[in-house]
Design a protein around this ligand. Structure first.
Ligand code: ZN
Length: 604
């Protein structure tokens, strides 16, 4: 007999106190005493977050009588044995305005299932029903609901009953409630919704038109014939604030947090840099609909929500998604070639700036995401490399190698399609090494030396030679040169921030001038050669000296005044410039095939 559904209710019971009341009812509780579990992490964001810490009260009852309920570890509640229906009710504090948590006040509510829904252990595969209830009071009467959770009896955009096939699905559809703006568009016949929360004057028509282009482009990339995303409908849940950035992917939706000025205004004809950032984010999360939500590491099937799930392959699942997010914008005509190359150059510059890239491979960065990439500190640039940014460069370099070595017959697109058809579409996990094996299978090219160096090694990829084959010139130059002489300016070898006006060394780069002189992260620099500096003037003062000058730097470490003799270094060459050339013709043609989707070979 199939298991009876688990019944959930969720209600913003005290919006002003940021409290959701959440209940879960089990028809046939475990006779030894039912256990309920709260995930410790949310898939897509590789950090232990301990969502149970926001449960402020829990009580159980059965047949109108209280049932004893105690915690047996940080994330698990154990109820006493009882017969008949068992209901556990929790109050959950929701005041995390990020795409990973839950947030509630009198203007709106947002939650991920991982933050609010307890799993009755043993019932992982049981179907779920959830009543999403409105807050009480007339002032909330205009609230609506936006979610990709399948509706049971709830009307479109309405409160009421929703359902999920199992707990895994239940927690993969975030829910927004409130008075958001709503728009719908079709991408090759599939309805796509935008729910926009926040005080904006965004041009919804423009947003709709542009997102449609991205969605149709990506669907065609994975499914050149069908041209449809593998969803019944898709939701962009967008929250705009003064200053924010973040996105999290789900199987049929994404939660996006953006800055208000990243959204397009009615009179803006062109794609501004800020709007380009938003489009890149939306494109990234939408690409995940295939890559990581369906083409996923075998260790994620199923997710173990009680502990870290280790994979060495985030350079592919996140990095290649980062490669394709901006690439989609140029390929579907939202930005031009130069604008795209500007974005790629920024990524190259950021990767080059950190010496951590010479110590940690992107495979190691993936594996240690839980303790390093997601827990960055002042030493991170010296110790880690980003599987997003360097992973994107690995994506470009692999794509370039395939295009060059196959004489334009194949590209990374063919590999992505093969991964989709062989793994994602059939629900099979990608084992470690599966990506490398697919490259050989699809293209016939043995690129194992490339993978050994670029993915498992720490030597810089020779990008300039690859760009050459696309008639693109790559130069790395110092961030600042003297205008009159073109001489490279000086640097402390540290990242300078301003704290209460003081010049504080936020990061001290390994092997740089500041570190060699004994300065440390956190030091507040107050004078250079006896003249006062602050957060706004230190960098300029340093740059006024020729490279190699010895200057006396006075700084506070905690409350102790210290002096250091610093031999100023040259600004490192971390600014990347990519410029296109008009010859040779074969390379120009290769560039067009790469950046213009309609020229990309489509072998199905
Ligand atoms: Zn991502």
């Amino acid at each position: 007999m199939p298991p009876q559904p688990i019944r959930y209710t969720i209600r913003p019971s005290r919006p002003a106190a940021h409290i959701f009341e959440v209940s879960v009812t089990v028809a046939e509780p475990d006779s030894a005493g039912q256990r309920f579990f709260m995930p410790v992490w949310i898939p897509g964001s590789y950090l232990i977050r301990e969502f149970a810490r926001n449960v402020v009260a829990a009580r159980a009852e059965s047949g109108g009588h209280p049932v004893a309920c105690t915690k047996i570890d940080k994330a698990t509640w154990q109820c006493a044995p009882c017969g008949g229906l068992l209901t556990l009710t929790c109050e959950v504090y929701a005041w995390d305005l990020s795409v990973r948590g839950a947030h509630l006040d009198e203007t709106h509510g947002f939650f991920n299932g991982t933050s609010v829904f307890l799993l009755p252990l043993g019932l992982e595969d049981a179907p779920c029903e959830v009543d999403v209830l409105p807050p009480e009071g007339d002032r909330f009467s205009a609230w609506q609901v936006a979610t990709a959770l399948p509706r049971a009896d709830a009307p479109p955009l309405g409160f009421g009953r929703y359902r999920a096939a199992n707990y895994d699905e239940l927690i993969d559809h975030p829910v927004e409630m409130g008075t958001f703006e709503h728009a719908v568009f079709e991408a090759n016949g599939v309805p796509h919704h935008i729910a926009l929360t926040g005080r904006t004057r965004a041009d919804m028509d423009r947003l709709t038109r542009d997102l449609k282009k991205i969605c149709e482009h990506q669907a065609a990339l994975f499914e050149p014939v069908l041209r449809k995303a593998p969803v019944g409908e898709y939701w962009f849940l967008v929250t705009a604030v003064g200053d924010g950035y973040g996105g999290l992917e789900h199987r049929a939706s994404t939660a996006l947090l953006c800055s208000r000025d990243e959204l397009p205004l009615a009179h803006q004809a062109k794609v501004t840099e800020a709007y380009r950032r938003f489009l890149g984010l939306a494109s990234h999360e939408y690409f995940h609909t295939w890559n990581v939500k369906r083409i996923k590491p075998s260790v994620f099937i199923p997710y173990d929500l009680a502990r870290e799930n280790y994979t060495k392959d985030l350079w592919f699942f996140e990095g290649f998604t980062s490669y394709y997010d901006d690439l989609a914008l140029v390929r579907c005509g939202l930005i031009d070639e130069l604008s795209y190359l500007e974005l790629l150059a920024e990524t190259i510059g950021r990767v080059t700036a950190g010496s951590g890239r010479l110590k940690q491979s992107v495979a190691e960065s993936s594996f240690d995401a839980w303790i390093k990439y997601y827990r960055q500190d002042e030493n991170s640039p010296n110790a880690i490399t980003s599987y997003y940014q360097k992973g994107a460069l690995v994506g470009f370099a692999l794509d370039a190698n395939i295009r060059i070595q196959s004489g334009g017959l194949f590209s990374l697109d063919d590999v992505m399609r093969a991964l989709w058809h062989n793994y994602g579409k059939v629900g099979e996990g990608v084992p470690e090494g599966g990506i490398e094996a697919t490259v050989i299978k699809v293209t016939g090219l043995d690129l194992s030396a490339f993978f050994a160096a670029a993915v498992y090694g720490t030597v810089d990829i020779d990008l300039a030679s690859l760009f050459n084959e696309f008639a693109i010139d790559m130069k790395l130059r110092a961030a600042s040169v003297r205008k009159d002489t073109d001489a490279i300016e000086s640097s402390l070898g540290a990242r300078i921030g301003a704290r209460n006006g003081d010049a504080v060394l936020e990061q001290v780069f390994d092997g740089g001038a500041a570190q060699s002189a004994g300065l440390a992260a956190g030091d507040a620099v107050v004078a250079v050669d006896g003249l006062r500096v602050n957060g706004a003037t230190l960098d300029k003062r340093v740059r006024s000296y020729p490279v190699g000058s010895i200057v006396m730097v006075t700084a506070f470490r905690r409350d102790e005044l210290m002096t250091f003799n610093v031999a100023l270094q040259a600004q490192p060459a971390t600014t990347c410039v990519l410029t296109t050339q008009n010859e040779p013709a074969a390379a120009v043609e290769r560039r067009a095939a790469w950046l213009q989707a309609n020229k990309t070979p489509s072998l199905g």
